[in-house]
Design a protein around this ligand. Structure first.
Ligand code: IPD
Ligand code: CA
Ligand code: CA
Length: 277
């Protein structure tokens, strides 16, 4: 296996062990609000610490950006790890079994490796730019679903920024009409991994952060899918909004989403919310 991927897999599995061990004592955890409807627990912090320790021990010249602890390591480096130690914290805190560890390596600003690990199902999704995406070593492909009719879509319902609710509901209403169903499972990283694995035909969400999506974006691209922002561009890390599917379905989803894009959802280089870090 690719040596950097190997280290990241070791880090993700160690974090997964921390998460699973804590599952039956959630009531004893310190849980703190980070913002509206947004919580963080000891488990998020401990898992992140473990991942960063493993990565920086192996690669002291690299930097890490963790959801909970921010940036560590040298300011100038070609290699930056972006880490979500527990994607699906709300699920985890409720004993709802859908959450994962997500780790991405950016090389000179582009995602080069991605790891998403579901510690309950023991499913390890990996992607390496130019070398494909796998689930437990089996090669992944997005589906060939050509139409909205019969498509199974994943999504995330915006719950932090209320200004997204109306445009989102407009999108949902139009996307619901022809599909076979829409799932809101509560972990954007796993939603994206499931598109790469062909379990979902497509996915869209507004209000994500880089650590929610970086690894999953690479998995989908390496599995033959397309990921864009709502306007069809490549500013998904900047805007936090994403549409992902096979090329044909992506085009159809984008057409239905387009009429609902408000000004605040469009990419603007001078919008402080649209910075990728
Ligand atoms: C959240 C999950 C959820 C998405 C939220 C994210 P967290 O991540 O990915 O599916 O809808 O926007 O913040 O907070 O559990 O790491
Ligand atoms: Ca997350
Ligand atoms: Ca998280």
């Amino acid at each position: 296996m690719d040596p950097m991927l190997n280290i990241a897999v070791r880090a993700a599995r160690a974090a997964g062990d921390i998460i699973v061990r804590a599952m039956d004592r959630v009531d004893l955890l310190n849980i703190n609000p980070k913002g509206r409807n947004d919580f963080v627990s000891d488990v998020d912090h401990n898992a992140e610490r473990e991942i960063i320790h493993t990565l920086l021990k192996a690669y002291p010249g690299h930097a890490c950006i963790g959801e909970e602890s921010g940036r560590q390591g040298p300011a100038k480096t070609d290699y930056v790890w972006v880490i979500d130690p527990l994607d699906g914290t709300t699920n985890f805190l409720h004993g709802f079994p859908q959450f994962a560890v997500s780790i991405a390596l950016f090389h000179r600003g582009k995602v080069d490796k991605g790891i998403i690990y579901d510690p309950l199902k023991q499913e390890l999704f990996t992607g390496v730019r130019g070398a494909g995406a796998t689930l437990n070593n089996r090669r992944l492909r997005v589906t060939k679903q050509p139409s909205m009719t019969g498509a199974l879509l994943g999504t995330g319902i915006p719950f932090k920024d209320q200004s997204y609710i109306d445009p989102y509901l407009g999108m949902l209403k139009d996307l619901i009409k022809d599909t076979a169903g829409i799932r809101r499972a509560g972990s954007a990283a796993l939603d994206l991994a499931y598109v790469a694995a062909g379990r979902l035909d497509g996915f869209w969400e507004i209000g994500l952060k880089k650590w929610d999506m970086a690894a999953g974006v690479l998995l989908i691209q390496e599995a033959g899918g397309i990921v864009t922002d709502l306007e069809g561009g490549d500013k998904y890390f900047e805007t936090g909004a994403v549409i992902a599917a096979n090329p044909k379905l992506h085009q159809l989803m984008r057409g239905l989403i387009e009429p609902h894009i408000t000004d605040s959802l469009r990419y603007r280089a001078d919008d402080p919310r649209h910075s990728s870090e």
